[in-house]
Design a protein around this ligand. Structure first.
Ligand code: UFG
Length: 339
C-alpha cells in the first residue's frame, strides 16, 4: 500500500513510517518540518535501509498536497498526523490551533477525494472523552465538545465530526479515527524518538531531560488525587505499539467511519513512571511534589478491546520497555536530532 503521511516526520509519523516499511508498504512523508528535522529520513534509512521520500510543505495548502500526489502518487491512503499538539499553548493560541488543525484536514480531504484515495486515517486523542465517570473509556464514552478543557482537544473532536460527515457524503472513503492515549518511548535502536522543542511539557520527555542533567528535578503535579498513590494516572503506550496500530488500521480499513482507542488499558501513575525511569537509569532522580496542574484529570485510560477484536492489534510493550527505550534515545541524542 502506498501511503501519504501528512505530518509524517514528527514523533508518531516517523515510527509509523518504519512500521509501514517493515510490513512491506510504501510511505511518503509530507511535513513542513516546523517541529521536527529532516534528519529523520537518514535515521529511518539506517534502521530499514529505505529512504522515505519527503515533500517539505504545509499540508493545509491544496497546491502542496497536489504536488505530493503529482510527485509520488497515486496513494491508497492518507494518514493525517499534521497538527499542533500542546494543550497549554492551545489555550493561549486558540485561533492558530483551530486554523491549522482543521485546515490541514480540509486540504488533505479535498485533494485526496479528487485523487481517489480509499482510506483516511486520522490522529485523534483520548482527550476527546470528557466524563471521568466513563472510565475506562470505550469508544462510545461521552464526547462533549463544550465540556472539553482546551482548544487542542476540541480541534481533534471537531475534526472527527468533519471526517464523519465527509465520509457519509463519500461512502467510497473509509475513515478511521485513532484515539491515542499517552504516546511515549522510542525506537529500540535509539535512532528515532521524541524531540520536543524547548522545555518539554509532557512527563516522559521532562523526566528524560532531568536524567541527563539538562533539567534540575521532576515536578510531580499533585499527590492528592483520588488514585492509589495520589498522583495522576495515564495510559502510556509505547510509540512503536502505536505505530503498529496505524499499520493494522490501514490494512483493515472498513467502510464507514470507525473509531479505535489505541492504549494499553493499564493506568500508570506519575510515581510509577518515574520509578520505572529510575530503574532504567540505575539511580534515583531528583523530584518534588508541586501543586496540581490546571486542567489535569486524576486518571485517563481506555479499554483497547475494540482494536484487538477488529484490527487484531494489541499493545505488547511494558512501561519498563518504554522508559528503557526513552533513556537509550536520550543518551544517544542528548540534544535531539540536531544536537
Ligand atoms: N506531570 C507531572 N509533571 C510534569 C508533567 C506532567 O507530574 O512535569 C503529570 C501530569 O499532571 C499528568 C501526567 O504527568 O498526571 C501526564 O502528563 P502529560 O503532560 O505527559 O500528558 P497529558 O495526559 O496531560 O496529555 C498528553 C498530551 C496531550 C494528549 C494526551 C493524550 O499532552 O497532547 O496526552 O494523548 F492529548
Amino acid at each position: 500500500m502506498r501511503v501519504l503521511l501528512a505530518g509524517g516526520a514528527g514523533y508518531v509519523g516517523t515510527h509509523t513510517a518504519i512500521s509501514l516499511l517493515e510490513a512491506g508498504h510504501e510511505p511518503v512523508m509530507l511535513d513542513d518540518l516546523s517541529n521536527t528535522s529532516s534528519v529523520v529520513i537518514d535515521r529511518i534509512a539506517e534502521i530499514t535501509g529505505a529512504r522515505v521520500p519527503l515533500v517539505v510543505g504545509d499540508a493545509a495548502d491544496d497546491e502542496v498536497v497536489e504536488g505530493a500526489f503529482d510527485a509520488h502518487g497515486p496513494f491508497d491512503a492518507i494518514v493525517h498526523f499534521a497538527a499542533y499538539k500542546a494543550v497549554g499553548e492551545s489555550v493561549a493560541q486558540p485561533l492558530s490551533y483551530y486554523a491549522n488543525n482543521l485546515d490541514t484536514t480540509y486540504a488533505l480531504l479535498r485533494v485526496g477525494l479528487v485523487r481517489g484515495i480509499r482510506s483516511f486515517v486520522f490522529s485523534s486523542t483520548g482527550t476527546v472523552y470528557s466524563d471521568p465517570a466513563d472510565l475506562p473509556f470505550t469508544e462510545e464514552a461521552t464526547r462533549n465538545l463544550v465540556a472539553l478543557s482546551n482548544p487542542y482537544s476540541k480541534s481533534k473532536l471537531m475534526n472527527e465530526q468533519v471526517l464523519t460527515d465527509v465520509q457519509a457524503a463519500h461512502p467510497e472513503l473509509n475513515v478511521t479515527l485513532l484515539r491515542y492515549f499517552n504516546p511515549v518511548g522510542a525506537h529500540a535502536s535509539g535512532l528515532v524518538g521524541e524531540d520536543p522543542k524547548g522545555t518539554p511539557n509532557n512527563l516522559m520527555p521532562f523526566v528524560a531531560r532531568v536524567a541527563v542533567g539538562a533539567l534540575d528535578e521532576v515536578g510531580i503535579f499533585g499527590d492528592d488525587y483520588d488514585t492509589p498513590d495520589g498522583t495522576g494516572q495515564r495510559d502510556y503506550i509505547h510509540v512503536v505499539d502505536l505505530a503498529e496500530g496505524h499499520v493494522k488500521a490501514l490494512e483493515n480499513a472498513a467502510p464507514g467511519t470507525t473509531a479505535y482507542n489505541l492504549g494499553t488499558g493499564n493506568p500508570v501513575s506519575v510515581r510509577e513512571l518515574v520509578a520505572s525511569f529510575e530503574r532504567a537509569v540505575g539511580r534515583e532522580l531528583p523530584k518534588s511534589v508541586k501543586p496540581r496542574r490546571a486542567g489535569d484529570l486524576a486518571a485517563t485510560y481506555c479499554t483497547p478491546a475494540k482494536a484487538e477484536a477488529e484490527l487484531g492489534w494489541r499493545a505488547t510493550r511494558t512501561i519498563d520497555d518504554m522508559t528503557r527505550d526513552v533513556w537509550n534515545w536520550q543518551q544517544k541524542n542528548p540534544g535531539g536530532y540536531e544536537g
